[in-house]
Design a protein around this ligand. Sequence first.
Ligand code: SF4
Ligand code: SF4
Length: 101
Amino acid sequence: MNACPRCGACCASYSVDFSVCELEDMGGQVPSGLAVEVNHSTCRMRGTDHLPVRCAALTGKIGDTVGCGIYEWRPSPCREFAEGSDACQRARTRHKLPYLD
Ligand code: SF4
Ligand code: SF4
């Protein structure tokens, strides 16, 4: 089962940090305008750098219908984030969404 298209909780729970090498400007794929600088080697998805957290690339309504506006170009933490993981379940709980079996 893929709960993600009707969830989006993780995109509105955590700071999404990744190497500046993943930025389009640096030869990567992530649109540079959607990231903010953390330090010389790390950047963060815009919108996950303040509270309440909500990635600037996230479209739709959490717990209803959501999408990632840069899905094909999203950074590695998003690619590696596993549905059903502890972090996923924590994000869902934070947004009052039911535990995934
Ligand atoms: S919190 Fe879990 S179910 Fe929700 S979008 Fe993220 S990975 Fe998918
Ligand atoms: S880039 Fe896409 S998958 Fe990653 S946090 Fe933002 S909306 Fe979610």
